[in-house]
Design a protein around this ligand. Sequence first.
Ligand code: PAZ
Length: 309
Amino acid sequence: MSRWEEFYESLPPPDGFDDAKQRLHEFCKRLGAKNKIVLVTSGGTTVPLEHNTVRFVDNFSAGTRGSASAEYFLSSGYAVIFIFRQKSLEPFARHFMGLKFLNMLEMAEENECLSIKVKGSHVEGLRPVLEQYQEAEGSGRLLQLPFTTLSDYLWLLRAASECLSSIGPRAMLYLAAAVSDFYVPTDKMPTHKMQSNEGPPSISLQLVPKMLKPLVNIWVPNAYVVSFKLETDAELLIKKSREALNKYNHKLVIANILQTRKYKVMFVFPNHDYEVNLNEDEIKKGIEIESKIVDDLAKKHELYIGGMV
Ligand code: PAZ
């Protein structure tokens, strides 16, 4: 048995997994015959430190990249499977979150009747978001499946990839989630909450096997697979992206640096690379880099489907 198979053996599928699998099958069956389908992964995975989990290791990812990209894929005609970290940003809903949402509203009292409405200054901005959301809902082209832990994520990733294999090159995988490289094996985890009166815990993290390998070679071999690489040291970015391409044989790595990820990424191919960025003017206008990323990818995917790359 390979390391990745052993890994799945050791981690039970999450609650509700059969239902998620059923929804994936139904989605791919209904839309797969005629459409391009993209799997977008988004947000960070947690790594539990106890079976009855009170504490866990997490990461910074807010789900901006994935949720914004999902919207742009929908408006480019794709059906979208959105596998996202529970409570991270979601397509469309991201425009209405937290104080940002409350600041869009105002109260009005007329004939002793209180109503709450969207402030006039926000109506035009929200209209396209609502229209796109209603279109995506109406056409059933968006399937959202949440995860929390690394294990939840990996089970969903494999199930979605296997479903997508039925549509061959019309499938794209856009793996933007920040997935932990380390985990605590089930048999090394305490059952109950760690107690501080027992002294500082010694936690031994193990390496998670790289799932890109079976994904590209076994689960969904004909899809257009795009992975993301995040680094904090710019010196490593291109080198590590190329290493990943050589190792896993997928199509493209989108490489980004933590601090500049919202306005600059590198598209890294086996033999060339280029920057996709936003200029000052585009940033001021509120243009999102994901619109450019998706635009570029949709063209490349079309060439791939036509057998040109
Ligand atoms: O979710 P977000 O918008 O805050 O961040 C996006 C990102 C940096 C997680 C994504 O662009 C990315 O690089 N994902 C892969 C991370 C990695 O495992 O290297």
